[in-house]
Design a protein around this ligand. Structure first.
Ligand SMILES: C[S@@+](CC[C@H](N)C(=O)[O-])C[C@H]1O[C@@H](n2cnc3c(N)ncnc32)[C@H](O)[C@@H]1O
Length: 403
């Protein structure tokens, strides 16, 4: 390319970056910033994305009620039950507080970080109640915001995710400890990066969210676009639990680029010859199952319900079962909807996977009147998510072998 062409290309690049920046700014100006919440960041990013980009990357943000369909059965319900059981027992409250401080939440398609922010805020509410019952309302939070990890392909939402968590920390401090203490500790803003900008199907999840230790190796810019020397960031979580969550991109097999198809092929790594029939979201289930096999944890994603229908079932689910994983809970199909102007128009389900324990499987079934009924049983089928009673458990094993 000649020097003239280079400078023309550079000018075009700068102009398009400026116009994107301007679009973001104009949209931001129209939002209500008094109560910054994930709906605002999510709708902002979804609204200003180009139609093509939005479709190709599955950039559709998840509403708070749908985020809770993932996070509640994944781990928040259990924490709230433990809080109730603890009553005013000083020892049980202390144990629960220690447990909270070591929980890692990891969203490997985090967009603007809404799952991470909601998880953080809900955990802070539980911690605040513990502190209230112990008469320690002023106590600083022991839940490190850096335990909320994410991967996001695009750098702008990745930066927003980190900013959103910093804001969430401040909001919680104001709410539970008062403005004076919150302000005293807010500045300087943390400059480390714990949200990874990269391709989740290419990155090693164990290094982004290691089961123990302090390992974080990735590249990112700080809020002001200054390149950082990546410090290793402590996970104050030795022995803690890991919960993987999110709403990874949906992309039917006919819409995937050659690159995306190659990513899925590499993730399944020879375990099936039919990877080309899978929705892109299936890659996240396989990566999560592999992660859990190595490091433990539980994962739940909002997903197109195609992974529980037709040809995808005998391709995807044997890979998950092959890691020792199982479907632990789920929400049956529901229509996708959020507050943004560009809705995805798909039917989705929530599926939670992990190592099977003795607890009953939980299936939340959407009813025609809009209510949700919880059914418990011995097993959940990957086909259409049906819960089976103990009497049919052996039929489930037969079905699995047939798969
Ligand atoms: C359905 S959105 C959900 C994002 C976020 N949870 C929300 O509700 O706003 C999926 C996100 O995955 C990101 N994404 C797409 N392909 C990806 C990949 N290969 N690796 C990591 N992130 C990816 C998109 O940019 C988008 O932000």
């Amino acid at each position: 390319m000649s020097t003239g062409n280079c400078s023309l290309a550079a000018t075009k690049c700068r102009d398009s970056a400026r116009s994107l920046g301007l679009t973001y700014l104009l949209h931001v100006g129209r939002l209500d910033w008094t109560k910054i919440n994930p709906d605002i960041f999510g709708s902002m990013i979804q609204a200003v994305a180009e139609d093509k980009e939005r479709g190709e990357l599955g950039m559709h943000y998840t509403s708070v009620p749908n985020i809770l369909k993932v996070l509640n059965p994944l781990f928040l319900d259990d924490l709230r039950t433990k809080l109730k059981e603890a009553g005013d027992s000083v020892r049980m409250l202390l144990n629960l507080r220690k447990r909270l401080a070591r929980i890692r939440v990891f969203d490997p398609a985090c967009g603007s970080g809404n799952f991470l922010v909601i998880a953080y805020k809900e955990m802070r509410a539980i911690e605040a109640e513990i502190n209230r019952r112990r008469g320690e309302q002023d106590r600083a939070s022991e839940i490190p915001v850096t335990n909320f990890r994410g991967i996001e392909l695009r750098d702008f939402p990745a930066e927003i995710a980190r900013l959103a968590l910093v804001i969430a920390e401040y909001q919680c401090d104001v709410l539970y400890r008062g403005q004076k203490l919150a302000l005293a500790e807010f500045l300087p803003l943390r400059s480390e990066s714990w949200i990874t900008c990269g391709n989740a199907l290419r990155l090693d999840w164990l290094s982004v969210c290691p089961p123990r230790g302090t390992d974080v190796k990735f590249r990112a810019d700080d809020l002001f676009e200054t390149p950082l020397d990546q410090a290793q960031i402590d996970f104050e979580n030795e022995g803690g639990e890991t919960y993987i969550c999110g709403n990874p991109p949906y992309l039917g097999n006919t819409w995937q680029s050659a690159e995306q198809k190659a990513e899925i092929r590499d993730v399944v790594n020879g375990r099936t010859l039919s990877a080309g029939f899978l929705d892109y979201v299936a890659g996240w289930f396989v990566k999560a199952a592999d992660y859990i096999k190595c490091a433990g944890g539980v994962a739940a994603f909002v997903s197109t319900n195609s992974i529980c229908q037709g040809q995808a079932v005998p391709i995807l689910w044997p890979m998950v079962y092959g890691t020792g994983g199982d479907i632990l809970f789920g929400y049956t199909s529901f229509k996708w909807a959020n507050l943004a102007s560009h809705n995805a128009g798909v039917t989705v389900a929530v599926v939670g996977i992990g190592a099977p324990g003795n607890e009953p499987r939980r299936l939340y079934e959407h009813q025609d009147d809009g209510s949700v009924v919880l059914r418990e049983g011995a097993s959940i089928t990957p086909y259409c998510l049906w819960v089976l009673p103990s009497s049919l458990k052996s039929a489930m094993y037969l079905c699995r072998n047939w798969l």
